[in-house]
Unconditional design. Sequence first.
Lengths: 272, 221
Amino acid sequence: MEFRVNHPILFILAGVLIAVVLAQSVFFLVKALKRSRQLGMDQKKIRKTIKTATIFTIAPAVAIVISIITLSKKLGLALPWLRLSVVGSMSYETVAANNALSAMGQSLGSNIPLTAQQFVNVLLVMTISILLGIWLVPLIGKKLQGGMSKLSNRDAKWADIFSNGLFIGMISAFLGFVFCDVSRLWSAGPDGMVTVVEKEVNEVGEKVDKVVQYSSTSGLIPVCVMIVSAVIMVLCGLAMRKPKLKWLSEYALPISLILGMAAAIPLTTWLS
Amino acid sequence: MKKNLCYLDSVHRDGRIWNLIVMVLLLAFPVAVAFIFGVYPDWKALGVGLVATAPMYWAVGAIETVTYVPMLGAGGSYLSFVTGNISNLKLPCALNAMEQNEVSANSEEGEIISTIAIATSSIVTTVIIIIGVICIVPLTPILEAPVLQPAFEQILPALFGGLGVAFVSKNWKLALAPIVLMLVLFIFIPALNEGTVGIMVPVSALFTIGTGRILYKKGVL
C-alpha cells in the first residue's frame, strides 16, 4: 500500500483508539453519577457541575483544534487528531516530532513529504516518551491516595491545608509564569526593543538561531490579560451576592476566561 | 465507611484495566502502521529521537503523577492521564467544580464531583475535536485569522487570572509566600518560561506545603 500522511486507514486506526478513550470517559461519568445518587447528593448541583464543565471546556478545546491544524500541515490530520485527543499537548507533540524528525534529517517546517518509515518513527517517539503517566497512575495512584486518606484520618485540618497547598502551589507557579517576560521592560535597548535569540529547526532538520525582536512592553500583555480576567471574576463574585444573579456562579470561570482572551486582542496591538 | 472503600477500590480496579487497554492500543498503533505499509522503524534514528525526548518527559510525567493525583482524585487521575491537557484544562475544571460544590478533594463527594467534571470535559473536548477535524477546511481560515491569534496565545493568563481570584481569596494567608517567591523567580531567572513552568509546579507546591506547615504550627491557619 502506498503511504501518505492522510491515508484513510490512519483515520480508521486513530478513530478506533479515540472511540475507546471516549468510552472510558463515559464509563467513569456513569459510574460517578450512579454513586452520587447512592450517596443522595443533590442532583441539581450535579447537573450544574456538568453544565459548567461543558461551557468551560469549549475555549480550551478550540485552542486544541488550532494546534491540530498547525501540526497537520506536516504530519497529516490523523496523527495530531489522535495525539491531541489522547494524552499529549501542542508543545509536547511539537518537541517530540521535531526530535524524531531531526534524527532523520527531516523537520516539521520543511515541505518534503514524510515517508512511512519517518511517520512510524515520529509515532514511536511520541508514544513511548509520554507513556509513563498512563501506567504510573495505575501503579502508584492507589498508594498516593491511601496516603492522603491516612493523613486525613490523623489530622483532618492539616490534610485540608496540605491539599490546598498543592492547588495554591500550582496556581502560584502559573501566576509567576505570567510575569516571565516582564523583565523586557528594563532590558530593552534605547530603541525600546529587546532582541531574543530563539532556537528553530530549519528545513533540513538542523537547529539554528533565529533572532526575534520584542517591544519592551510586550511582556506586560499576559499580565494585563490576567488582570482583566481576575477583575471580571471579582465582578462576577460581587454580582452573585444578589439572589437574582446567583446563576452567574456556573458561568463565572468561563466568562472570565473568554473575556480575558478577548481582551488579549486589543492589548496585544497596543503593547507589542 | 466500608461502602466508601468499596467504591474507591472499584474505581482503582476499573481505572487500571482501562489504562492498560489504552496503553496497549496506543503502542499497537505504530506497530499496525508499520505492518500495513510494510516498513520497519529507522532504529538508529529512533534511538536518537528517544534519547532526546523520553528522559525529560518521563521525569516530568513522574513528577506530575505525584503532584496531580492527590488533587484530581482516583477517577479523575485515570482519565486525565489518558486524555492529557491536565494543567490547562482538566485540573482547572475539576478545581472549579469542587470549589462550587464546596467539597474537599479528600472526601468521597470530592472524588465524585472531580470525576464528573473531568469526564464531562474529556467528552466535550473529544467531540469538539471531532467536529474540528471534520470541518477543518472551512474552519482553518477562521481559526487561523491573524486577529484571533493573540486570544489563543493568552489562554493560560486568562485562565489563571480567574482561577487565581477564586482560590487565592479563600486561602490568602497560605498563598502569599508562594506567589511572592514565584513572581521573583519568574521575573529574574530568564530560563523560567512556558517550557519550564511544569517543572516549577512541584517546587512551588512543596514550598507552599512547607510554609503551610509552619503557619499551621504557629496557629496562623
